[in-house]
Design a protein around this ligand. Structure first.
Ligand SMILES: Cc1cc2nc3c(=O)[nH]c(=O)nc-3n(C[C@H](O)[C@H](O)[C@H](O)COP(=O)(O)OP(=O)(O)OC[C@H]3O[C@@H](n4cnc5c(N)ncnc54)[C@H](O)[C@@H]3O)c2cc1C
Length: 510
């Protein structure tokens, strides 16, 4: 049997499903397959970052996802059964994002929400379909897929995106490398019902001598996600560790007996820190865990995969619609590869601090950090810096091919559109539509004229806005200026030269 599609997505984990959602949003013809029978029943990744919620806000999914979980309000540091310090996390990103917190929600529920968006739009995942092999054919890709009954199906596609997880057969098929390290220690994760004296209102981190255990409150009475590591030298294979060993390790590290009433799920796994050498080859792309895997430090993995697809979708849409040349697709690798490498070094550094055996690091972590962290977060400059990194709103594509313009600003072309309230409304309400947006901040009604004079093959929604104090502050500019915002809400072009020539020179890049 043969079928045809424009974009073939391999894998319906969070990365593949979020990409399918974006394809629907941009009207791209796509097919998505997964060898599983349905979305994951497990909680797996529970931290959803502000940047992901901003993306979901554009498609009307943010509020519902928030209702399925809750914001991490507070963190408490425990040592030897006592609270050694705490910090307020609820307003960490106030003024920086409409979602100034980390949302805790189970991956199983998150995937179901994305999947429902897909089916509500009349599309479906081809479950129990496994990619066997693929190759380039007639200016496209031919993929051999086995369906649920073991029959072979050939799917011809213009482009293929491997969202097929850490063991990605797409990555292997493309011959991409996956360089990096495997963390020495064995990790465990368990979803439990636990009644204890420390309350259910905060993320709790137990500081052991050379181990670290995190307790994340999940929605539901006394429900917790536990994540931790066995000490170095614990040499068992992932499959050989029974749950009892995890509980014994936690009790040993905490120095107290825990009243764990029920274990809903547990898993023991090795953690790797690796990234591909390229996010694309020919007409094929990789995204999510297929392209980068890291320690769970900072809850970055799933969020990064969702943003990979968000970066790629609008570029595929423009190229498939004939509005941009194929060179635009090369910017996916340019922008996301550098981000993946930066991410690996950040998560490695956080993990090193969190779990190092080294005497000095362990002394600072256990005896100084819990006392000073809460105080440090009272300083805006520290709070903003931490939030920008962890929430992923600080990811920037500045000085890359798609970033241009001129003038002095507090932000750069290539940064995410800063969030601010403009005339009483969130500026993000002006850029929901899946297209470019030309925002002209000045006194005159100039946006339409500027665009008409520049001439553009792509659809650009225009808006002239007063140069409010909020806009001046957000962009760090006192003069009239224009920002061309990409469909993924990054600033493509930022300029105080409001001439049509300047804008058309930028548009000619793709
Ligand atoms: C136990 C555990 C705990 C975790 N905890 C966290 C956490 O706390 N925070 C965090 O950020 N991350 C965590 N992660 C990682 C997080 O779950 C991943 O980053 C995320 O799932 C990546 O999404 P993905 O869609 O890229 O890949 P996956 O979720 O792995 O999805 C890949 C999909 O591709 C399908 N597939 C693979 N090969 C084929 C094929 N040949 N044909 C068809 N389909 C195929 C698979 O069936 C799967 O559905 C955890 C992971 C595990 C295993």
């Amino acid at each position: 049997m043969e079928m045809k599609t424009d974009v073939l997505i391999i894998g319906a984990g969070p990365t593949g499903l979020a990409l399918a959602v974006q394809c629907i949003r941009y009207g791209i013809d796509f097919t998505i397959i997964d060898e599983r029978a349905g979305t994951t029943p497990f909680s797996r990744a529970i931290g959803v970052q502000a940047r992901t919620l901003e993306i979901y806000d554009q498609i009307g999914l943010a509020d519902e996802l928030i209702s399925l979980g809750h914001a991490a309000e507070k963190v408490k540091f425990l040592k030897d059964g006592a609270v050694r310090g705490e910090a307020d996390l609820s307003e960490l990103g106030t003024g920086l994002s409409p979602y100034p917190f980390v949302l805790l929600v189970e991956q199983g529920l998150h995937e179901k929400l994305l999947y429902r968006y897909v089916t509500d739009h009349g599309r479906d995942v081809a479950w129990r379909h496994r990619l066997r092999s693929f190759g380039e054919r007639d200016e496209g890709i031919a993929a051999s897929v086995l369906d649920a009954d073991g029959r072979e199906l050939t799917i011809s596609a213009k482009y293929l995106v491997g969202c097929d997880g850490a063991k990605s057969s797409v990555r292997h098929g493309l011959g991409l490398t996956f360089e990096g390290d495997t963390v020495e220690r064995l990790f465990y994760v368990a979803d439990v019902v636990l009644d204890w004296p420390h309350g259910h209102d905060a993320l709790q981190i137990n500081l052991g001598e050379n181990t670290l255990t995190a307790f994340f409150p999940l929605k539901g009475e006394n429900r917790w996600r536990l994540v931790g590591t066995f000490p170095e030298g614990h040499k068992k294979d992932e499959a050989d560790v029974p749950y009892e060993e995890i509980e014994a390790q936690i009790e040993h590290d905490m120095g107290v007996k825990l009243d764990i009433e029920k274990v809903n799920w547990f898993s023991v796994y090795n953690v790797h820190s690796r990234a591909v050498n390229a996010f694309s080859k020919g007409r094929c792309f990789v995204a999510g865990d297929a392209a980068h895997i890291h320690t769970p430090a900072g809850a970055q993995g799933m969020n990064t995969g969702i943003q990979d697809g968000y970066n790629l979708a609008w570029k595929l849409a423009l190229v498939l619609n004939g509005q941009a040349n194929e060179g635009l697709l090369a910017t996916y690798n340019e922008e996301r590869l550098r981000n993946a490498k930066n991410l690996l070094s950040t998560t490695d550094r956080i993990f090193e601090f969190a779990a190092s055996d080294e005497w000095f690091v362990s002394f600072v972590r256990n005896n100084i950090f819990p006392f000073v962290f809460g105080t440090a977060l009272k300083f805006d400059v520290i709070k903003n810096e931490i939030f920008s990194i962890v929430s992923q709103i600080g990811i920037s594509y500045a000085e890359r091919t798609l970033s241009g313009g001129s003038g002095e600003f507090g932000v750069k072309a290539g940064d995410r559109l800063p969030w601010f309230r403009h005339e009483g409304r969130s500026i993000y309400e002006s850029v929901r539509e899946p297209s470019f947006h030309l925002l002209v901040f000045g006194d005159r009604n100039t946006s339409g004229d500027l665009l008409a004079a520049a001439g553009s093959p792509v659809k650009i929604a225009t808006r002239s806005m007063p140069l409010s104090e909020e806009a001046k502050k957000a962009f760090g500019c006192e003069r009239p200026f224009a920002a061309l915002v990409r469909p993924d809400n990054y600033i493509g072009w930022l300029s105080d030269d409001l001439s049509a020539e300047a804008l058309s020179a930028y548009l000619a890049r793709f």
